[in-house]
Every structure is written in C-alpha cells, then in structure tokens.
Design a protein around this ligand. Structure first.
Ligand code: KG4
Length: 340
C-alpha cells in the first residue's frame, strides 16, 4: 500500500496545532500556545478564537515544511470537531474544509477525547514500538475530563467511569487560583510540590461507588482549610505553599489511582495507559510507574508533547479513520459537546 500522508489540525481550546503523519509515523507537530489568557486566570473564548485565526496558517505552513512535504502530497485533512470551545473549533473546522475542498482530498472529523487516547499509537521514529495492544484501559485526565476508558479498538471505546463534577485538571487549577498561583495551576503545583511534604495536610476524599470520580469535595475541603488557617495566620499560604501543593497533588493522585487500579483488577486488564494534560504531572507519572511494577501491568505514558492538546493525536486518529474510509462531508459542523 502507498504511504498515507495526513495533516492533523487541533484548535479545540487555546492551542493552535498542526501535525503531519506518514501512516503512523510522526513527521512534524507544531504547537502555538496562546499566552494572552494567563493574565485573565483562564481561557477567554473570544480571544482564543481570534488567536487561532492568526496562528492557523503559519502553524500549518510550518508543519508541512518540517515534514518535508507540500500540501499536494496530502491524502487527507483531519481536524478536531469537538468537544471544545465553539469559536475555537470553528477556526480549525473551516480551515480544514477550505483546504480539503481546494486540494480535492477527503476530510476526517476527529473526536478530541478519542484523539488523546490514540496518541499512544503515534510512532516518533521507525524503531518506536511501544504501542498498547487491545484491549487496554486509559485514564484520560485533563482540564475538562477525568475518565476511565475501556479501549477495545481505535473506534471502540467505552467510558466505564468519569467525574460527576469537576475534572482533575480543574481541581489543580481552581486550588492553584485560591492560592494566588498563575493559570494554568497544574504545572505550577507540580513544580512547587517537589519541595513540599505530601503528608503535611489531609483533605477529604470522595466515597463514590463504581469507577466514577468526584473532585468538588476536595476543592471545598482545600478552600476551608485555607480560610480557617488564614484567620490565625495571614501569611499561612506563603509559609506553607510547597506543603499545600504536595498534599493536594498527593490526594488527587490517590483518588485517580485507586479507581484505575480497581477497574484494572475487576476487568482483569493488564495494559493501562494515561493521557490528557494532567498526565504530564510528574508525581502521577511516578505513581503510575510504581503501580505498573507492583501490580505487573504494562503501562503506557505519553511523551510530554502529546499530553496537552496537540495535532499529532488528531493526525493519528485521522489515519485510523482513513484506513476505514471514514470521511466526513464538507458541510460538517463543529460540536461543542460530544461524548467519546
Ligand atoms: O488536555 P489539556 O491540555 O486541555 C484540556 O483540558 O483539554 O489539559 C489541561 C489541564 C489543565 O488543567 C492543566 O492545569 C493540567 O492539564 N496540567 C497539569 C500539568 N500540566 C498540565 N496538571 C498537573 N500537573 C501538570 N504537570
């Protein structure tokens, strides 16, 4: 079979990204972050879509150049159709339509959540052979999602557990905000926690049946601890920042790993993966490695560049769909909300 070249486009939130894949081998993955949101303490949708409009052409151009191909070599354009911010998604969707139409090549719509999971199948070089086999479990943890997914095939994923309120990334970001840390708080907490004691403070953990998660109780428990301690000592946060970060992080990881461990045991699945922005967390990665060793599971941890939003994962998902000729019509619209 001839080689298949696919351009992936990701614009679901605040990263504009384009990637080129040759079959399952990654040739380029370009990401333009939007720093403008930092001063607002969160993503401002209107500013995000404007920045996507500015970034999309240079980012695609750079991805093609780094891949060493031209647009005429492409077999298909894959794009994130949802879930995400509507204004942001529309930039990628419209661009994909224009390019597919002008090149007369198929367009492939990609579910952003599936793409995070399928990032594990990207080969970064010819000798890269660390891909999961089906079935496997994937813990998808990001700013908007905390899910345990049973992955039976690229197009057969079943959510067996998910958060009933906040996502793990939201818990990191919101707790960081109340400590006065910059957005996004997850990476900052990760860094400060390295110097702190994870046992310094205890926070409430949810008691929910099955494989579902909840993080709103932890957030409240964190907030109340700060409120109470600040009454006695106005410098409490500054004086205990590292310990607060380490204890919060340890609690989030404990909650995540307990359910994942239970799901793998109950379903007798010996391959387990993590994905999504929070999978960049150094302590979660370590806990995951320890878990694999202690419980004899084969584990899959994405390279850092595939943890947060990126187009490489969109391109690989596009490749799987291309093999099955699952193309989408040119009048496809974006979806702000869509299940896996
Ligand atoms: O997957 P992602 O880039 O965006 C979506 O939510 O779709 O995930 C972003 C989330 C944010 O909540 C951010 O704080 C969190 O991932 N995050 C981290 C780390 N890096 C990113 N959380 C904890 N530790 C990190 N090192």
């Amino acid at each position: 079979m001839n080689d298949i070249y696919i351009l992936g486009i990701e614009s679901s939130c605040d990263d504009t990204s384009a990637a080129v894949i040759k079959n399952d081998l990654l040739l380029s993955n370009v990401i333009a972050n939007q720093e403008i949101h930092q001063k607002y303490g969160g993503v401002v949708p209107e500013l995000a879509s404007r920045a996507h409009q500015q970034n999309i052409i240079p980012v695609v151009h750079e991805a093609l150049t780094r891949a060493g191909i031209t647009k005429d070599d492409l077999n298909a354009v894959a794009f994130t159709r949802g879930p995400g911010l509507m204004g942001s998604l529309l930039v990628g969707t419209s661009f994909a339509k224009g390019l597919a139409l002008s090149l007369q090549i198929p367009m492939i719509d990609v579910n952003h959540l599936q793409a995070h999971v399928l990032a594990h199948f990207i080969r970064q070089n010819e000798t890269d052979a660390h891909q999961p086999e089906f079935p496997f479990l994937c813990l998808l943890v990001s700013g908007g999602n905390s899910q345990i997914i049973l992955v039976e095939a690229p197009d057969k994923m079943k959510v067996i557990g998910q958060t009933i309120d906040d996502a793990a990334g939201e818990a990191f970001d919101k707790c960081a905000k109340v400590m006065g840390l910059p957005y996004p708080g997850g990476p900052v907490i990760d860094r400060l926690a390295k110097e702190g004691n994870p046992d310094a403070f205890k926070f409430s953990k949810p008691q929910i049946a099955g494989y579902n998660y909840s993080f709103s109780g932890l957030k409240t428990s964190f907030l109340y601890l700060l409120k109470n301690r600040l009454k006695e000592d106005a410098q409490f946060i500054d004086a205990h920042k590292n310990d607060l970060c380490a204890s919060l992080q340890a609690t989030i990881i404990d909650i995540l790993m307990n359910k994942l461990r239970k799901a793998a045991d109950d379903l007798n699945i010996n391959q387990v993966a993590i994905a999504g922005g929070v999978s960049a967390n150094s302590a979660l990665r370590k806990a995951f490695i320890d878990y694999g060793e202690k419980h004899f599971r084969k584990i899959y941890i994405p390279p850092f560049s595939f943890t947060t939003d990126n187009a490489a994962m969109v391109a690989i998902t596009g490749y799987f769909k291309y093999l099955k000729k699952e193309f989408c019509p040119l009048d496809a619209t974006a979806f702000a909300r869509v299940e896996i």
